[in-house]
Ligand binder design. Structure first.
Ligand code: NOJ
Length: 579
């Protein structure tokens, strides 16, 4: 599992936000039309297919009690914003009681809310008010491990005969100084920690404070299935399932193969042959899905793989596992390269499944930095929004991408909060940079908190925030709103087939989305120079047609089947039959 991708270090914010001509919403649908559409999609059991999800890191979204950390009441207060943005569901990263070693991914009680985020009543309010606004709530379920403070582990480590002993993975070491084998933790060092009380090692794929559950024990599975039932009963629409590829380890404990060199944490480079992607994972996913089906819930998977066949397996041979396994291969294209993107999309399309591409999340450098060139960053962010939100599949936005939030990596080790950044400094700076507070206004602390925010807010928040971008029809936020509204109003964008066109062009990414006699052309100039392309449309359309502009950036024009695009320009049009 790779948590970080080809990073570019942060740059100074763009010097100024240009007031662009209002060319964007020639055909953008009204909010009323969007509301009708929302009601329509809500009734369907596969609502998630046509939905746009929005990932919220609750610690960083909105702080209402002034402690410097975001909270559930903060999310609740932003429902009107989420509604106006045009998203259909929010995924909240773990908000359960936790010692916060891994900021919530170390859960000490699966059936409550951490006091830093509020109460169960706050969550219930969020679910019910979200429902009224047409926004579903999904939570993040950490299945692979618990916190070392979870009562199950406290009992497990207390004696070899404890009731929960076999709920975790315990083994004798080679001796008291040597762990059972060479397996490494993703977060550094051996994946085994010695526990003197019972003179055995316990296994942890992540931090020592995150002991792995033993999924070979049926009681573990029964307990986790009950956790999901409990939350579904409270109105949760589904779960994002954390780290589903590492639930099982080979019982033989065979050493993993080791490659030459070391990683950013200074460990040998190991291939996770015996503790990752074991076939047993799929049995658990099937069981989770059966329960989810009883409640009409959706399962989204953190399914890291660079093998498209492995990704396809996560849907289940009979579509009985995850509805939404995330395609992280898309995030490996960290440059504006139409050929590289086409290749990823073609591979996903060839599976015949419903894609769930990713552009960013709380574990990777923000997309604004990964794709930006330091000069045209806002234009590139618009280009990537138009691209991501017009692909076939379910989209999952990461909070703040719609306003152009940038990574704000710590400058010195003393400031790092994420333990992998402390351990790996300076090669690995950790994930603080992509988790900074949401930028709401130009005011102090970007309107996130009245106290000191838990992570510093970058200077780029001035100008790149909800309040100022809402006032500017040419802003990135306005652009996102328009693309999201278009996606909602156009069936071809939600469910139409994807056809690459001009597929040998190195600069312009162009494709059609076609459904029910409606065809939409998407043309995106991924280069820094003007490009005029003669589209292949004649090969796809029978008879005469003309292009009717739906949305574009300034300077993008069409004439006949030709499209002219300024640097990083966007042009979306309906391909209308007739001359
Ligand atoms: C994946 C999560 O996205 C990441 O943030 C976390 O540290 C690990 N799983 C461990 O739960």
């Amino acid at each position: 599992m790779c948590l970080r991708h080809g990073q570019r270090r942060i740059r100074e914010p763009a010097a100024l936000v240009l007031w662009l001509a209002v060319l964007l919403c020639a055909q953008a649908p009204s909010r009323a039309a969007a509301g009708e559409q929302l009601a329509g999609t809500q009734a369907s059991s596969d609502w998630w297919k046509h939905a746009v999800f929005y990932e919220i890191y609750p610690r960083s979204f909105a702080d209402t009690d002034g402690d410097g950390f975001g909270d559930l009441k903060g999310i609740l207060s932003k429902i009107p914003y989420l509604r106006s943005l045009g998203v259909d569901a929010i995924w909240i990263t773990p908000c359960f009681p936790s010692p916060q070693v891994d900021f919530g991914y170390d859960v000490s009680n699966y059936e409550d809310i951490d006091p830093v985020y509020g109460t169960l009543a706050d969550l219930d309010a969020l679910v019910s008010q979200g429902k009224q606004a047409g926004i579903r709530v999904i939570l993040d379920l950490v299945l692979n491990h618990t916190s070392d403070r979870h009562p199950w582990f406290l009992d497990s480590r207390s004696s070899r005969g404890a009731k929960h002993r076999d709920w975790y993975v315990w083994h004798d070491g080679k001796d008291t100084r040597q762990p059972p084998n060479n397996w490494l933790s993703l977060f550094g060092g051996s994946a085994w920690s010695y526990d003197a009380t019972t003179a055995q090692y316990y296994y942890h794929f992540f931090y020592p404070e995150q002991p792995d559950l033993n999924w070979r024990n049926p009681d573990v599975e029964a307990a986790m299935l009950d956790v999901t039932r409990w939350w579904y009963g409270r109105g949760i629409a589904g779960f994002r399932l954390d780290a589903v590829d590492v639930l099982f380890e080979s019982p033989e404990l065979t050493d993993n193969p080791v490659l030459p060199g070391t990683n950013k944490l200074g460990d040998p480079i190991e291939v996770d042959t015996y503790n990752r992607n074991l076939p047993e994972n799929h049995r658990v996913l099937k069981d989770l899905r059966k329960v989810a089906n009883d409640f009409g819930a959706v399962l989204v998977g953190e399914t890291w793989t660079d093998d498209i066949a492995a990704l396809k397996r996560y849907y289940g041979e009979h579509h009985d596992e995850l509805q939404m396994p995330m395609d992280f291969m898309f995030t490996t294209v960290n440059r504006l390269s139409p050929p590289a993107f086409r290749k990823q999309i073609a591979a996903a399309e060839a599976t015949g499944e419903w894609p769930v591409y990713l552009l960013g999340n709380h574990d990777m450098v923000r997309s604004y930095n990964r794709y930006g060139d330091g000069t045209h960053d806002d234009a590139i962010a618009k280009l990537m929004a138009a691209f991501y939100l017009t692909l076939r599949g379910t989209a999952i936005m990461y909070y703040g991408e719609e306003i152009g939030m940038q990574n704000n990596d710590p400058k010195v080790r003393e400031d790092v909060k994420d333990p992998i950044g402390i351990k790996g400094w300076p090669k690995e700076k950790g994930r603080d940079g992509e988790r900074t507070p949401m930028q709401w206004t130009d005011a102090l602390n970007a309107g996130f908190t009245r106290d000191t925010p838990w992570l510093p807010i970058p200077a780029s928040s001035v100008g790149h925030n909800v309040e100022s971008e809402s006032r500017d029809p040419g802003s990135l936020l306005s652009f996102y709103r328009n693309v999201l509204a278009l996606r909602r109003s156009e069936p071809a964008l939600r469910e139409g087939a994807y056809h690459a066109i001009n597929a040998s062009d190195q600069d312009v990414m162009a494709y059609l989305r076609a459904a029910h006699d409606e065809t939409i052309l998407v043309a995106l100039n991924m280069s820094d120079h003007r490009r005029r392309i003669q589209t292949d449309l004649h090969a796809h359309m029978r008879g005469p047609f003309h292009l009717l502009r739906l949305l574009s950036t300034p300077g993008a024009t069409a004439s006949g089947a030709a499209v002219s695009l300024p640097p990083f320009g966007v042009f979306l049009a309906r391909v209308q039959r007739g001359s």
